[in-house]
Design a protein around this ligand. Structure first.
Ligand code: TPP
Ligand code: SF4
Ligand code: MG
Length: 295
């Protein structure tokens, strides 16, 4: 049976139509998936920042989360699995005047893309990285990820995971990020603020969004619907700004430490490039990316 979509009019226009590719709706995400909230936080943040949207790009890898880039009405790049970071670095170096936002999943960024992630943070490349952590490789059937909590079930750990997971904020901060925050899909206003701060922060900024994968992670672990997970986040999130990052590990169905953990100043990759070249070439060197709107 074909579903006839209602044609948009001024009355029924989606409030974020200027930021979403409405021709790609309906989207592929499951009911009560946390990705709806996550993309809303990004769209709201961009709207509130009132940036020149011709100078904002979104880059994703592959996965359910990786679809975000394709749904945003911006210059958007749906790249190969684990390679959002090198695409974003290339884009930022070619166009230092642009805000480049990486929006990808926990598997994409910390498993196959883990090495790119740590080295991009180490170099303090001026990017905003937003990672939806649903504790699993969702798109491919719910396999165990480097973020799956100990004892949690996945399709490849049917008796419970026995590998220690990463704390993504700890990984980002220890690799060199200048801004690190974690919120859940429940904390929509605080999340939106964090995304805005991260976009405006010079250097490598990282926001983790703990979000429900209702179809796989929740089902395999008998946690109910996405709404039940939102209730869980409500009852179990502990806001601790500036928390010791060693305390940000996530145990299966235990308290989740959220907040802004890192907000520091440090020369960016392009600052260091300019400083190095100026040292060598003196006044003959014309600084790169300066005076053309670079943040
Ligand atoms: C080189 C390569 N290896 C494996 C895959 C299969 N693959 C696609 S998405 C994905 C996992 C995505 O997990 P995550 O980044 O957490 O995104 P989610 O679907 O959970 O949002 C995998 C393993 C692929 N597309 N390319
Ligand atoms: S499989 Fe999970 S992460 Fe993917 S759209 Fe469905 S609920 Fe969301
Ligand atoms: Mg995932």
């Amino acid at each position: 049976m074909s579903v006839k979509l209602e044609q948009p009019t001024v009355e029924n226009a989606h409030p974020m139509e200027n930021l979403l590719r409405m021709d790609r709706i309906p989207h592929i995400w499951c009911p009560t998936c946390g990705l709806g909230t996550a993309i809303t936080a990004l769209a709201t943040g961009l709207e509130q920042l009132d940036l020149d949207l011709n100078k904002v790009a979104v880059v994703s890898g592959i996965g359910c989360t990786g679809r975000v880039a394709g749904y945003m009405k911006l210059d958007s790049f749906h790249t190969t699995h684990g390679r959002s970071m090198p695409f974003a670095v290339g884009l930022k170096i070619a166009r230092p005047d642009m805000k480049v936002i990486v929006f990808s999943g926990d598997g994409d960024l910390s498993s196959i893309g883990g090495n790119h992630f740590i080295h991009t943070a180490r170099r303090n490349v001026d990017l905003t990285v937003i990672c939806v952590n649903n504790f699993i490789y969702a798109m491919t059937g719910g396999q165990v990820a480097p973020t799956t909590p100990l004892t949690a079930k996945s399709s490849t750990s049917p008796f419970g995971n026995y590998e220690h997971p990463f704390s993504l904020p700890l990984l980002a901060a220890s690799s060199g990020a200048t801004y690190v925050a974690r919120w859940t899909a429940l904390h929509i206003r605080r999340l939106t603020t964090a995304i805005k701060e991260a976009i405006m922060k010079p250097g490598f900024s990282f926001v983790e969004i703990v979000a429900p994968c209702s179809t796989l992670y929740a089902r395999l672990n008998k946690l109910g619907s996405g709404l039940d997970l939102m209730k869980f986040y409500h009852e179990n999130s502990v806001i601790k700004h500036g928390a010791d990052l060693k305390d940000t590990e996530i145990d299966f169905q235990k308290k989740i430490v959220v907040g802004k953990f890192v907000d520091i100043e440090k020369p960016t990759y392009i600052d260091c490039l300019n400083e190095g070249n100026k040292r060598v070439f003196g006044d003959k060197y014309k600084p790169y990316g300066v005076g053309n709107g670079d943040k």
